[in-house]
Write a protein that binds this ligand. Structure first.
Ligand code: PLP
Length: 350
């Protein structure tokens, strides 16, 4: 096995001269900024947003670096994880030529982004217990396979993928292995962020949209080697993280204790919810979850889904998804919300 970033990159990206913004070309202290055609008078708001934001988000990355234990040069920030997913395709996959491996049932954006970028998808389904089919993955790889996406804990199943299996893929595949850790905060498993030095082909995705409670701000993170992060920075739109998001995220990152409390509460509520649902005989199976949601296999999923909608309770119908037949995906809510949900489900099955 030999990983070689230069060989993996698309030629147009290797040759790309990135846009050089006004704020890239000037660094340092200045009191008169007449370089970027901004409105020098201000913004029609109480807080001013008339200046372009820091293209590389140094303050946010420095704070994230200390929270995550990852150097700032190994961090990319995107407009949601979705931006990092799209950039992975644009950096590594030649439309109409290259392919990627997905392991369904999994997060839908990997497939949508592949289709947008005209990249072939090779699907190797998870096993019935929602683990990797390592032989199937090995058989699907060819010289044009550039990316493998592994989501752990996995959406929509909620379980973690065995660490040993992920390491096997990382060791045996010459392309990029993307581990999506959107739900890692709720998991007993260790993040892969401390293994970046071990695996040059590793890209980890995380997000502030779930445990951090900042879905509306749109901040996704990618952790990878400095070389891969430099490629992402070359491709991204110059000002992809707006100033309001940078300001609010910086403030939120000062509140780790609050987030940790919510994580504990969510996990406790998840266990209570599983216990309560397990007593309902029409609920046949609940996949052990390492996330802030559960996947439940139950009688008449579509009818229950509609019944809940009529009560103003919205869950996710996954009952037609391969390997999730008959399942609803339910996010763990507050104690009150979960009680309402359980009562409504019992009412439906009476
Ligand atoms: C929710 C989710 C994300 C988050 O995406 P953002 O664009 O950062 O909000 C990423 N991956 C998975 C598997 C998710 O479920």
């Amino acid at each position: 096995m030999s990983f070689n970033l230069e060989n993996l990159l698309r030629d147009n990206i290797k040759k790309l001269v990135p846009y050089s913004s006004a704020r890239d070309e000037f660094k340092g202290e200045a009191s008169v900024l007449l370089d970027a055609n901004e409105n020098s008078f201000g913004s029609p708001l109480s807080h001013h947003y008339n200046r372009y934001p820091d293209p590389l988000q140094h303050q946010v990355k420095s704070k994230l670096s200390s929270i995550k234990g990852v150097p700032a040069d190994n961090i990319f920030l995107g407009n949601g994880s979705d931006e990092a997913i799209d950039i992975l395709y644009r950096a590594f996959c030649k439309p109409g030529v290259d392919n990627v491996i997905l392991v369904p049932p999994t997060y839908g954006m990997y497939e949508v982004s592949a289709n947008i970028n005209d990249v072939e998808i090779r699907k190797v389904n998870l096993s019935p217990d929602y683990q990797l089919n390592l032989d199937g993955i090995a058989a699907a790889i060819d010289a044009n396979t550039k990316l493998i996406f592994i989501c752990s804990p996995n959406n929509p199943t909620g379980n973690s993928i065995r660490r040993q299996d992920i390491e096997t893929v990382l060791t045996n595949f010459d392309g990029i292995v993307v581990i999506d850790e959107a739900y890692i905060n709720f998991s007993k498993q260790r993040s892969f962020t401390q293994e970046l030095n071990e695996f040059p082909n590793l890209v980890i995705l995380q997000t502030l949209s779930k445990a951090w409670g900042l879905a509306a701000l749109r901040l996704g993170m990618a952790f990878a080697s400095k070389e891969i992060i430099a490629v992402f920075n070359k491709i991204k739109p110059p000002y992809n993280i707006n100033q309001a998001t940078q300001d609010l995220v910086l403030e939120a990152l000062g509140n780790v204790e609050q987030v940790n409390t919510w994580i504990k509460d969510t996990v406790a509520e998840r266990e209570k919810l599983v216990e309560a649902l397990a007593t309902i005989e029409q609920i046949h199976h609940i996949t052990p979850s390492d996330a802030n949601f559960i996947l439940a296999k139950l009688v008449e999923p579509r009818e229950l889904y509609n019944f809940l909608v009529n009560k103003g309770i919205i869950v996710r119908d996954r009952s037609k998804v391969e390997l999730c037949e008959g399942c609803l995906r339910i996010t763990v809510g507050t104690a009150d919300e979960n009680v309402k949900l359980i009562e409504a489900i019992k009412q439906f099955y009476i």
